[in-house]
Design a protein around this ligand. Structure first.
Ligand code: GSH
Length: 203
């Protein structure tokens, strides 16, 4: 099994953590999707990481699909409930956390442009997406049913990777204000070996 990506990506980190938690042995192939000579399009025509090359050489891309593929292998611990309807609730929160990472990535890329070419509208729109989504995740973390219920699941992992990315890129540094449920969840997750071993490199 080969994972193509970079540890600065919250989506790649999500897959690394899933495989570490499940004890799946894999080779990590460091590849930047943004370099001119990137090999990533060879694995994923969209040019995005992560991509996973399975033992039968089948290539899987998009972190949600890879997560589903890994879950279908059946390695313990299960990160989704067997009941498909319950699973859907957790998958939706996984997508919500991933959507925050997407919006944070847009902000990071926008801020890399020369100041006079940056769009205030794009920055504001994505900050608003992030704040609204974090509010919903906070409610879910406080409820403790589909997120933060004491049994690590896919939504917890996606949320931890997203918060790690907000911290790493210093996007929306006030994310933790009045969100004690998310702060507690992040603190608990960051103590796990799988998270500690995949901390993004210093910027
Ligand atoms: N929905 C995708 C998002 C992946 C993604 O956006 N990855 C970023 C790195 S964090 C990337 O490869 N971007 C390159 C590009 O957009 O060209 C997933 O979950 O895998």
């Amino acid at each position: 099994m080969k994972l193509i990506g970079s540890y600065t990506s919250p989506f790649v980190r999500k897959i690394s953590i899933i495989m570490l938690e499940k004890g799946i042995i894999f080779e990590f192939v460091n590849a930047s999707p943004y370099s001119d000579d990137s090999h990533v399009p060879h694995y994923n025509p969209l040019g995005k990481v992560p991509a996973l090359v399975a033992d039968d050489q089948q290539i899987w891309f998009d972190s949600s699909i890879i997560a589903e593929f890994l879950e279908l292998r059946g390695d313990a611990p299960a990160l989704l409930p067997a009941d498909p309807h319950q699973s859907l609730h957790i998958r939706q929160l996984e997508k919500l956390a991933d959507g925050v990472s997407d919006a944070a990535l847009v902000i990071v890329r926008e801020q890399m442009r020369p100041g006079d070419q940056q769009s205030e509208e794009v920055l504001l729109r994505n900050r608003e997406k992030i704040q609204r989504s974090l509010d919903m995740l906070e409610t879910m973390a406080a409820e403790g049913k589909w997120l933060n219920n004491g049994h690590l699941n896919l939504a917890d992992i996606a949320t931890g990777c997203m918060i790690g990315y907000l911290n790493f890129r210093r996007v929306v540094p006030n994310w933790c204000v009045e969100r004690p449920g998310l702060v507690k969840l992040a603190e608990t997750l960051f103590q796990r070996e799988s998270f500690a071993r995949t901390t993004p490199p210093a910027a």
